[in-house]
Design a protein around this ligand. Structure first.
Ligand SMILES: NC(=[NH2+])NCCC[C@H](N)C(=O)O
Ligand SMILES: [Mn+2]
Ligand SMILES: [Mn+2]
Length: 315
């Protein structure tokens, strides 16, 4: 099988390395991208025929404000805002050169940047979000105050979802229409998040749906929902906690009953097959959690998801 890419020129991928943990409290998730690169991801992609552009990981510590008091319940809002603004610019510039943008996280607050960057370059894109969580809490609804649980609410182009104007994030232009967003893998959604999904009619396939229909049908239904004519650019945001903790144990907020190894990879293969993928995030790999074997499994699964997104196939 050979994928023809509709939006990507010269089979080039730009890697945006994002060692960042400010959207949640556990240290170590900033080492995720460093480990994925150390495990040989670039060579693997070159081996597959991709040209890789990577100028080293972002150095975010210089964005860290001396003081960053909570805004309402939100923790480290200034740090997260500055970092994700820089990420948005990196992703957008890769996409505008006709590259596929591959962002390695880091915690999922980084999607504030990756999705903003993608929709700046491709306003007509759609977003496929693989996760145990919906990450759609608002500044009011979040219980944890961790911004990795909130990015989607900031990105949605709807009125009245974010009540208080948070000037810190004024750079962010919400461009994501609710009908261009679909979830797969959900199993730990907070009650106010369920309300938001319902209110805006956001398509979501939980693990119940994966069990009921099988992953093949679920991906097809997800694409039908956000990309019925199979012509829009696709942004895939993959939180490795969408996978079962037996498959990706080294992550900050594991939830039992997740996607199997094959289901996770199938999603990436099927999305690659559309030829429409322009932007991929692999998020929440934390190589400091659990034992050595778990770390190895989680980092290697991060790398193999990327390879499947970029066209590695079994035959
Ligand atoms: N990207 C993640 N792992 N998010 C977990 C979010 C958990 C919880 N819903 C919260 O808002 O804090
Ligand atoms: Mn998650
Ligand atoms: Mn997430």
């Amino acid at each position: 099988m050979m994928t023809t890419y509709k939006y990507i020129k010269d089979k080039t991928v730009g890697i945006v390395g994002c060692p960042f943990s400010g959207g949640q409290p556990k240290e170590g998730v900033d080492e995720g991208p460093i480990k994925m690169i150390e495990y040989g991801l670039i060579d693997q992609l070159v081996e597959m025929g991709w040209s890789v552009e990577f100028d080293g990981h972002h150095k975010f510590t210089e964005f860290r404000p001396a003081e960053d008091p909570n805004i309402g319940k939100l923790k480290k809002p200034r740090y997260v805002s500055r970092v994700t603004k820089a990420v948005a610019e990196s992703v957008e510039s890769h996409l505008k050169k006709g590259h596929l943008a591959l962002t390695l996280g880091g915690d999922h607050s980084l999607a504030l940047g990756t999705v903003s960057g993608t929709f700046a370059a491709y306003p007509d894109a759609c977003l496929i979000w693989i996760d145990a969580h919906a990450d759609i809490n608002t500044p009011e609804s979040t219980e944890s105050g961790n911004l990795h649980g909130c990015p989607v609410s900031f990105l949605l182009a709807v009125d009245g979802l974010i009540n208080e104007e948070i000037t810190e994030f004024s750079w962010l232009k919400p461009r994501l229409r609710p009908d261009r967003l679909v979830y797969i893998g959900l199993r730990d959604v907070d009650p106010p998040e369920k309300e938001i999904l319902k209110k805006y009619g956001i398509k979501a396939f939980s693990m119940y749906h994966v069990d009921k229909y099988g992953i093949g049908k679920v991906v097809e239904m997800a694409l039908d929902a956000v990309n019925p004519d199979r012509d829009r650019p696709i942004h895939l945001s993959f939180d490795v906690d969408g996978l079962d903790p037996t498959v990706a144990p080294s992550t900050g907020t594991p939830v039992r009953g997740g996607l199997t190894f094959r289901e996770g990879h199938y999603i990436c293969e099927a999305i690659n097959e559309t030829g429409l993928l322009v932007s991929v995030d692999i998020m929440e790999v934390n190589p400091t959690l659990e034992d050595e074997v778990s770390v190895f499994e989680t980092v290697t699964v991060g790398c193999s998801l990327v390879r499947c997104c970029l066209g590695e196939s079994l035959l």
